[in-house]
Design a binder for this molecule. Structure first.
Ligand SMILES: *Cc1c(COP(=O)(O)O)cnc(C)c1O
Length: 354
């Protein structure tokens, strides 16, 4: 059985939209896409032509970065677009379901609601780890996608690669396992991509938004076996990536830029550890959850009042107290040393006021 048997039959058989660029993108006199023959007045670069649907140079650099084949790569508008495409390709509205392990990233459930797919929830255990036995017990005959986020947003813990592989094996022929590695650069762990050759039901999500510092460019990457990528290419928007985003991504993937990225990641990890140690010893803090990402999830004696104090000092953090198990928790992104110091001063002042 092929993993494509899990996908919606009508997506497998539909004839995709064929854009002018997809049909012909050679050089010559391009009179095939109803574009303006002139560049826009005032535009910094020529933007009058439609971009490549999947820019070959970008796909090839991403394939090299993640050491996979080019036909295993799909580039989209952030990770949000691949998440949406997966739910639409694999879940029949009103019939199929996805499985998530809350508290986790909110977009999986949003994409499922838009598609009218049911959402099965298997909460993380008390240490905020995925419970693979509970996941397998909860999977239904129509659970098409299992979303695993590692390191997890908003808690920060990673999932052991052995746990991911055990789930891939147990769910072979039943569900696709989507491993969201948006923060993997900040963890010292192997990627689930090392499992791709052996498991056709694995999909990995990566992004340039976090470690690569390109959140505004909206470049997300889905990596899977070639037949899954081909399926999703059928339903992705014809020109998902604006040309300026592609140019920014190519610049960020140059050798020098990648060295700087890795350097900044090391620096950020050191700051994360410094903050963790100071905060763990602070009076207003109940606990700092172990994090392998570029943020810390912190439980406070009084989360709402700390949120207000930080805001009054001009520091905005994420209130995650509405998530199950995260009452009184705030998620703090690791900033520059100066920004982190400003945050620690507010916490110290609050301790003095106790
Ligand atoms: C930030 C984040 C992403 C990245 O989203 P983009 O759309 O690529 O910017 C993906 N998954 C998780 C869990 C995130 O926190």
């Amino acid at each position: 059985m092929s993993v494509l048997d899990l996908a919606r039959a009508e997506i497998r058989t539909m004839k995709p939209y064929s854009s002018a660029r997809a049909e012909f993108s050679g050089i010559g006199v391009a009179l095939n896409a109803n574009e303006s023959p002139w560049g826009a007045a005032g535009a910094a670069a020529a933007l009058n032509r439609y971009p490549e649907p999947q820019p070959p140079e970008l796909v090839s650099r991403l394939a090299a970065l993640y050491t996979v084949d080019e036909n295993q790569v799909l580039v989209g508008r952030g990770s949000d677009e691949p998440i949406d495409l997966l739910v639409r390709a694999f879940c029949r509205a009103g019939q199929d379901s996805i499985l998530i392990c809350p508290p986790t990233f909110g977009m999986y459930a949003v994409a499922a609601r838009v598609q009218d797919a049911a959402i099965l929830e298997v909460p993380l255990n008390r240490e905020f780890h995925v419970d693979p036995g509970a996941v397998l017990a909860r999977i239904g005959a129509r659970t098409r996608l299992v979303f695993l986020c590692t390191p997890n947003n908003p808690t920060g813990a990673s999932i052991d690669i052995d746990v991911i592989e055990a789930l891939l094996i147990a769910l072979q022929g039943r569900s696709v396992v989507v491993v969201d590695e948006a923060y993997l650069e900040f963890a010292e762990r192997p990627s689930a991509l090392t499992l791709l050759a052996r498991h056709d039901n694995l999909v990995v999500l990566r992004t340039l938004s976090k470690a690569h510092a390109l959140a505004a460019a909206r470049v997300g990457v889905l990596i899977a076996q070639a037949n899954v990528v081909e399926l999703l290419r059928r339903i992705i928007a014809p020109y998902p990536l604006p040309a300026p985003s592609v140019a920014a991504a190519l610049a960020a993937l140059g050798d020098g830029a990648l060295l700087q990225m890795r350097d900044r990641v090391r620096h950020l990890r050191a700051e994360r550890e410094r903050l963790r140690i100071v905060l763990s010893d602070s009076l207003p803090v109940v606990a700092v959850l172990p994090s392998e990402a570029n943020f810390l999830c912190v439980r406070w004696r009084d989360g709402a009042s700390m949120y207000g104090r930080l805001l009054a000092a001009g520091i905005v953090v994420r209130d995650v107290s509405r998530y199950p198990g995260l009452q009184d928790c705030l998620r703090l992104s690791i900033g520059t040393p100066e920004q982190n110091d400003a945050l620690l001063r507010v916490v110290a002042d609050a301790a003095g006021g106790h």
